[in-house]
Ligand binder design. Sequence first.
Ligand SMILES: [Zn+2]
Length: 91
Amino acid sequence: MLDLKEQNIKLREEARSLQEKLSLQSKIAFEKGVYWIEEDEMTKDKTKTPICPRCWDMDKTVVRQRIDMYGIYGNVNGFECKNCGKFFEVG
Ligand SMILES: [Zn+2]
């Protein structure tokens, strides 16, 4: 009896993590050269946060970024990923 119960819990956990991956994928969209994740759990209202396209494509890892101004004239919007060190222009 206990074995079945444990098995049940394990299966449920597996289903849950699979569902989490799927729901994560559905929250991510490609736009303006990078990926954006739609956040609602953390902020409670829906905002889009840019994430590193390289880290997402290669490892399916969400690395949130903050867009800053770059370039000599400060006219390039983008971010440098702290995980992989690559620079991405947004816009
Ligand atoms: Zn990265």
